[in-house]
Design a protein around this ligand. Structure first.
Ligand code: NAI
Ligand code: SOE
Length: 400
């Protein structure tokens, strides 16, 4: 068993989720190829950093992420900061020879994503982008059905990502509403997750036709530096700041395979919480998934027969992807935390040389190319080709 010293940068929502995963990996995946050691956490200030160390179980803390990247004792850099620092940290970490896991979206722009990907090609270290929803066992089971041909030829992919935490115009102006930090709005923040699922389950997206809408133009300034995701109300009085990113996005998709599809995302849909849905139909059957019932995969097959056709529920448990490591019977409940535990374990398998990990920076870059095409299409109103990354050469073509 190899010990891997982790340097975590960012002690917010994802700092918590990743720290939990590092503690949990050996509990779930045992014997473990890798034993993660929570070495050092970096935050903005010494106070925030030492608080994060105490809370998340790190031995050391620092207010300067650069010392962490340069520390020869650190093996893995975990980037759990807002999107504006992903490129700078990842490039420095790769140059220092560290393994890197970077939260999604890989970067704010295609240019930043390209630079990160180019740096990753020069390194022999492992890199990963944290699109963790594909680690949900029911979605990994969907992939298994598709790979085994149970759905036949994929004809249509439909996905949504709907939330409501920003529907109230008085929810505060977090970094997620500022282009200079986030890069984009619903597109980079949540559509990227379903675009990762689209590529994972249905293959490459080659052309898009998109609409975006920017409804809430200003929000109350946050009363503290903490990103509160809409939970603490700013109030309608008091200073406000500009929201310069889109609220909503919808896009039609064409896939390399000839399949067609649609994706949509908003953080303003009252009543929807983490409503990620995926419905795929093929020539031989269909599947349906809703993250709010994330243990369940609905399946329907042509071969079921005319008199019994309809969706039935497969409840994921020990017999499904990664299920044996999780809980001993179905219906105990698989949550968001488990997707992060599986993600960390898959990262460690790659670091241990057992098997390569996806999604990597190349995948994050390809998603950034789709994001960019969607935003350009929404601007022009035209069908827009998605440039395709050739993973062998590292070159990007102008669509296929
Ligand atoms: P957050 O706002 O809760 O936490 C970010 C933390 O990073 C804050 O504590 C902040 O003080 C710290 N930070 C910012 N810049 C820093 C720097 N230069 N050095 C050290 N610390 C710094 O944000 P959250 O929700 O954790 O998001 C972080 C990243 O994770 C974003 O890229 C976001 O898109 C992604 N994310 C991914 C999710 C997923 O499901 N995969 C879920 C939530 C966020
Ligand atoms: C807010 O929309 C958010 O925290 C996203 O940033 C995450 O990526 C998503 O998984 C949960 O919601």
């Amino acid at each position: 068993m190899k010990r891997i010293n982790v340097g975590l940068i960012g002690g917010g929502f994802m700092g918590k989720a990743h720290s939990l995963a590092y503690s949990a990996v050996p509990m779930f995946f045992w014997p473990s190829e890798i034993m993660p050691v929570k070495h050092t956490v970096a935050e903005f200030t010494d106070e925030l950093a030492s608080e994060a160390a105490a809370r998340f179980g790190f031995a050391n803390s620092t207010s300067d992420w650069k010392t962490l990247v340069e520390d020869p004792e650190i093996d893995l850099i975990d980037i759990a900061t807002p999107n504006n620092s992903h490129a700078e940290i990842a490039i420095a970490a790769l140059r220092a020879g560290k393994h890197v896991i970077c939260e999604k979206p890989l970067a704010r722009t295609v240019e930043e994503a390209a630079a990160m990907y180019e740096e990753s090609r020069k390194s022999t270290a492992v890199n990963m982008v944290a699109f963790n929803y594909r680690r949900t066992p029911a979605l990994a089971l969907a992939k298994r059905y598709i790979d085994e041909g149970a759905l036949g030829d994929i004809l249509n992919f439909r996905a949504t990502y709907l939330q409501d935490w920003s529907a109230d115009p008085n929810s505060p102006l977090s970094w997620r509403f500022q282009k200079k930090i986030a890069g984009s709005g619903a597109v980079g923040d949540i559509l990227t997750h379903v675009l990762d699922l689209a590529r994972y389950l249905a293959g490459e997206v080659t052309e898009v036709s998109a609409l975006t809408n920017h409804i809430i133009k200003e929000r109350p300034l946050q009363q503290s530096g903490v990103d509160s995701l809409g939970n603490s109300k700013g109030g309608s009085e008091g200073p406000k700041g500009e929201v310069d990113v889109e609220d909503e996005v919808m896009s039609l998709l064409k896939f390399e395979s000839g399949a067609i599809g649609s994706v949509e995302a908003t953080r303003n849909a009252w009543g929807r919480n983490n409503f990620i849905t995926v419905e795929i139909h093929g020539s031989e059957g269909s599947i349906y998934f809703n993250y709010e019932n994330r243990d369940e995969l609905q399946v329907c097959f042509k071969s079921d027969g005319d008199d019994r056709r309809g969706f039935r529920t497969v409840y994921t448990g020990p017999n499904h992807p990664n299920g044996a490591a999780l809980w001993p019977i179905p219906a105990l409940g698989i949550g968001y935390g488990e997707t992060k535990i599986i993600e960390a374990h898959d990262l460690f398998l790659a670091i241990a040389g057992v098997e390569p990990v996806r999604p990597d920076f190349g995948d994050g870059y390809q998603v950034a190319l789709i994001d960019d095409a969607i935003l350009r299409s929404a601007g022009t109103g035209l069908w827009t080709k998605v440039p395709q990354l050739n993973r062998d050469t590292g070159a990007v073509t102008d669509g296929v």
